[in-house]
Design a protein around this ligand. Structure first.
Ligand SMILES: Nc1ncnc2c1ncn2[C@@H]1O[C@H](COP(=O)(O)OP(=O)(O)OP(=O)(O)O)[C@@H](O)[C@H]1O
Ligand SMILES: [Mg+2]
Length: 424
């Protein structure tokens, strides 16, 4: 029997496929049909796509050893990302039917295996790369770090976190885009105190007008802000958009806004998981996700769904922020109004860092209502917490792309000429 390994060590589950598949189309041996080679089998396996990972099982490193007996019995190792992978049945069917197209194959047996965490990380990286190759053009420069602020449920403070982080990062001298992806529940214009209607302009070489983001200068930095709240007359009008053009609107904000240079783009996601996140994963597969949760265990459970969705759409979760952690009264006593430990538990469960905890403070809500993020105003533990997290993001978690020696720096994005190119 020929046995060959295709580049990775195979940890078998001792779980050879339930029932070997006999090829009904194979001629009886003795009829001088050539046996397949390992290369033939590998080529056939390239047609088996893992629909979730969006790549073929050979390139993704899921196909393992191939063994071919003189009778045409073929055994193939297939590694699943997790043991209970719901796609197992489909992959089995596809492997069998693909291999059955070779007349020399009389029987197919799958030797199932499970990836180690390191292999799983590697396969995700490959899948993300493959997704980026198919990603459509956007107006987001390739050098911009994209961070989406998400949560499993509403009202946990995503928008407050978005504006405070954006303002803090901008205060350090960076140019930060803020995209309000909460199409009908927008709150960014009010929270940043920028409510002017958006205007569009014609740009040479582009067949449609591009929206010019509203801007707000912060210290040496700059915010570039786009929200449906700047397109519609009132929240009632926005409601009519519901469902109808949800993903389309976000897509449009990525394609039809003249963003220009940005070090960061922060995206305030709508509550929950769903279409917008999937659309974002398709358009900007390099997006990092930061998940906001409250300390309550129930919130943390829901937030796991957001992480799970991220995993399935190959977005990297860069960290967790716990908001509304505790309330400290005027006498200095702390009360964990919404429980404790949810942020740390969530971070532990998904294997990422807890970037920080933001206490409940009236100044956060006040700042949000008055267009002045508390992180800019200064004092207090919440402002300090926001600034510390922003600093951690810039220095460690998602540092800006350094372009000093890179030719992309000289591309003409800052002179009003739209740069349309594929993003990485
Ligand atoms: N740390 C905090 N202390 C006090 N109030 C807060 C804090 N964080 C958020 N809030 C307030 O809680 C409310 C909800 O916050 P926010 O709008 O940021 O949440 P969200 O997750 O974006 O909500 P939605 O899901 O509706 O978009 C707001 O009124 C906000 O001012
Ligand atoms: Mg919000």
């Amino acid at each position: 029997m020929t046995t060959e390994r295709l580049g990775f060590s195979f940890r078998t589950l001792g779980d050879v496929s339930e029932r070997a598949f006999s090829n009904p189309g194979a001629p009886l041996h003795g009829d001088a049909v050539a046996l397949p080679t390992v290369a033939d089998i590998t080529d056939l396996l390239r047609a088996v796509i893992d629909p979730e990972l969006g790549g073929n099982i050979v390139d993704l490193g899921m196909a393992g050893h191939v063994a071919i007996s003189p009778e045409g019995f073929v055994t193939v190792g297939v590694k699943l990302t997790i043991r209970g992978c719901p796609l197992r049945a489909q992959i089995k069917k596809d492997v069998e039917s693909r291999l059955a197209t070779h007349p020399g194959v009389t029987k197919v047996t799958i030797d199932w295996g499970e990836m180690t965490p390191a292999e799983r990380t590697e396969v995700m990286t490959k899948a993300r790369w493959a997704a980026s190759q198919n990603a459509p053009d956007t107006e987001i420069p390739a050098s911009t770090r994209v961070i989406a602020i998400a949560s499993g449920k509403g009202g946990v403070g995503k928008s407050s976190v978005t504006v405070n982080l954006a303002a803090s990062i901008a205060a350090s001298g960076y140019t930060v885009g803020v995209l309000d992806a909460d199409i009908w529940g927008f709150s960014i214009p009010r929270m940043l105190g920028v409510t002017d209607r958006l205007e569009a302009e014609r740009v040479p070489g582009v067949d449609r007008p591009l929206i010019i983001p509203n801007e707000r200068k912060i210290g040496n930095g700059l915010l570039k802000i786009v929200s449906t709240g700047m397109l519609v007359d009132d929240e009632g009008t926005a409601l009519m958009w519901r469902g109808l053009m949800l993903t389309k609107a976000v897509e449009q904000f990525l394609r039809d806004v003249r963003w220009g240079h940005m070090d960061y783009l922060l995206i305030d996601m709508p509550p929950g998981t769903g279409d917008v996140q999937m659309g974002l994963a398709r358009m900007l597969p390099r997006t990092d996700l930061i998940i906001v949760t409250t300390p309550a265990v129930s919130a943390q459970k829901v937030a796991i769904r957001a992480a799970d969705m991220a995993r399935r759409s190959f977005l990297r979760v860069a960290g967790v922020i716990e908001n509304m952690s505790s309330f400290t009264c005027d006498h200095g006593e702390s009360y964990p109004l919404f429980g404790t430990g949810g942020g740390q538990a969530l971070a532990g469960e998904i294997g990422v860092e807890l970037l920080g905890q933001i206490p409940i403070e009236a100044a956060v809500a006040y700042g949000g209502d008055h267009g002045e993020p508390v992180a800019l105003l200064g004092e207090g533990p919440a402002a300090d917490a926001f600034r510390a997290i922003a600093n951690l993001i810039v220095t460690d978690t998602v540092p800006p792309v350094q372009m000093a020696d890179c030719s992309a720096r000289v591309e003409p994005e800052s002179v009003g000429v739209s740069v349309r190119r594929r993003i990485a």
